[in-house]
Design a protein. Structure first.
Length: 289
């Protein structure tokens, strides 16, 4: 008697059911994270553009602050912002627009037809991109600290690591949400990514304290995780950070947690809606749309 699972429909169901469990979810996450961790290191041009070009912009602000004889901590603020630039670029181009590019390459239909969770696919992309981008951000931070002789006064390393981790969860949750929304926007995804890049640099205070905007504008800009994340990290890393901060660090941590939960729930909802549209209309994966 054959031992094939197809000879017994009940055993076949059990196999398929087990493959849809947490093991498949974890394997999908690892499979999608691997190209981001290993593959990106093989593309030397990407390493150069994602590391040294943001550092050049940071260098310009450093020279500007020193020409203005601004407090030395402002130089550190600019270097921290330059390091975090790598994460925003990764979220916009390797997360938000990724599903649209997968559709253009013909892979999106395979993703939707496969038994894998779309959330697992995006989570793998986020974890892989976060790891690879952290290496680039670390290079920018080390170079800036060494070249410009920046001195840090870290108030609490555990709290600093917690702020960074929560900021990354909220930021990549936003990227997962944008991945679904940009796909629904169709061919406008490329233009939207370009349009959002510079305004976010400005509103999030990449190179200056966001408190300079005033309370109302800074509060609106706080919908972006990097706004509160960088403000909290600067308060914890520099002696004058607390006097130039927007809100207290505990309040900003609480707000970041709320943003992280909201963005992840939103990403899950829009992913499910995207899958339903793909099944019901059959046009979401059409490259002509």
């Amino acid at each position: 008697m054959s031992n094939s699972p197809f000879s017994n429909p009940h055993s076949a169901f059990r196999i398929r059911h087990s493959e849809r469990g947490w093991r498949l979810f974890v394997r999908t996450v690892i499979a999608r994270a691997y190209p981001r961790i290993v593959g990106q290191q093989r593309e030397k041009a990407w390493i150069f553009f994602e590391t040294f070009l943001p550092f050049l912009a940071t260098t310009g602000y450093v020279f500007l602050y020193r020409a203005m004889q601004a407090p030395e901590d402002f130089v550190g603020f600019a270097v921290i912002g330059g390091a975090m630039t790598a994460f925003w670029l990764n979220v916009m181009w390797s997360m938000s627009a990724q599903m649209y590019w997968e559709k253009e390459n013909g892979n999106l239909a395979l993703y939707i037809m496969a038994p894998n969770s779309m959330m697992a696919i995006l989570l793998g992309m986020a974890l892989g991109g976060m790891f690879a981008t952290t290496l680039r951000a670390a290079v920018i931070l080390v170079l800036g600290t060494w070249l410009f002789h920046i001195s840090f006064a870290v108030a609490s390393f555990p709290m600093l690591l917690a702020v960074f981790a929560i900021t990354m969860v909220a930021l990549y949750g936003l990227g997962m949400l944008f991945a679904s929304l940009f796909l629904l926007f169709g061919r406008d995804a490329w233009q939207i990514s370009n349009m959002m890049q510079e305004p976010v640099y400005f509103l999030s205070g990449f190179y200056f304290p966001v408190r300079s905007f005033g309370f109302a504008v800074a509060l609106v800009a706080s919908i972006l995780p990097l706004t509160l994340g960088m403000d909290a990290m600067r308060q914890l890393m520099f002696a004058s950070g607390s006097t130039l901060g927007f809100l207290s660090v505990p309040i900003e941590i609480g707000a970041l947690v709320v943003l992280a939960v909201a963005f992840l729930i939103g990403a899950f909802y829009w992913l499910k809606r995207m899958e339903r549209l793909a099944i019901a209309e059959g046009t979401l994966t059409d490259r002509r749309r």
